[in-house]
Design a protein around this ligand. Sequence first.
Ligand code: PLP
Ligand code: ZN
Length: 409
Amino acid sequence: MTTRVLECRECKKRYGTEFRYVCDECFGPLDVRYEGLPRLGPETFEGREHTYWRYRELLPVEDASHIISIGAGMTPLIKADALAERLGLRNVYIKNDSVNPTFSFKDRPAGVAVSKAKEFGMSRVGCASTGNLASATAAHAARGGLPCHIFAPSNIEMAKIAQALSYGADYISVDGTYDDANRIAAQAGDRLGIGVVNINMRSYYVEGSKTLAYEVAEQLGWSVPDNLIVPVGSGAMLNAICKGFEELESASLVPGGDVRDMRMHAAQPTGCAPVVDAFANNRDIVAPVESPDTIAKSLAIGDPGDGRYVLKRLKQYDGTAVETSDDEIIDAILLLARTEGIFTEPAGGVAVATLQKMAEQKTIDPGDSVVCYVTGNGLKATEAVMRSLRKPETVKADAQAIIAEVAGR
Ligand SMILES: *Cc1c(COP(=O)(O)O)cnc(C)c1O
Ligand SMILES: [Zn+2]
């Protein structure tokens, strides 16, 4: 029988899988550990549902009747040969998480955290969001019949607000930064008993994100890529992907030693790059950015909760941290769209722009495999790309004239 426990990331004190998210000894974050796992092999997962719940032995929900699924996960891993050729690389893969049910990777952490909140018997859920988590939490809450409270900065994209409101969420638009909204959500969670997925449910939330490692390994025939490029906001996803690969190694699902050899790279936008800044200056602590200013609004987290753990991971996995400008991000969005037919929002553009920069600077060996995580959908942030695209002029519905015009193009 599998036993799930919470373990402090700092002092290693252990707790049951209860409603608790910081260590009462040292205030460190708590991670879920799995003990007494049954033997898992590739065949364990064959024929299972095409969602991340196929890895249920390694997820923190005890009773399957508490699972709230909207069908997220098992998104395509695309061998991106046209993109690779443009960059002078040979083994590029895009993990296209922009095609999840709410169109971002946040369906992974939100789905697991909302399910766990239901298992705890909590009567409502919520989140602090830079945009995508709002919809992911609201959609899972709707499916699970739980009220949902969103706390978000007021400057996020209209499409993201419309989407979250459509799922019926109570939406609090805060005149401030994400960090302000996050602080308020933390207090509201404590006072009102809300299961705030990214705060008081965080230990369970990250368990959803780690399925980004499981799927990539499975889709590569249970192997580990040489390089991973991950966009970083709070840093929870990057940490979770490392945890996911480590668990696969412990369970002997991937060859021993390969996880130790993988390289993990962090991607941030120039207008909000506190992790890149700390990495470049060889600091262990991340100095917050007061007022983030970037088109990559999903990554506009000035004070990343898991920033210092990202720095540790980059050291552990021989990685780099790269920042890219708004113009580079837009160029990368268009490059990905025009080579691979994948339309991503700026956060995914940051990952692709980082790949491009690393290829140019030859910090990736051209033959090595790279998985680039494309985490959100372009339809959620069309304002960003329209800056560099021209809105087509409307012409008269005159076939002859149009054909003559198109023939000359
Ligand atoms: C939230 C988000 C990220 C960053 O994830 P963190 O876990 O906060 O680092 C990246 N991409 C998209 C599209 C997001 O919505
Ligand atoms: Zn502790």
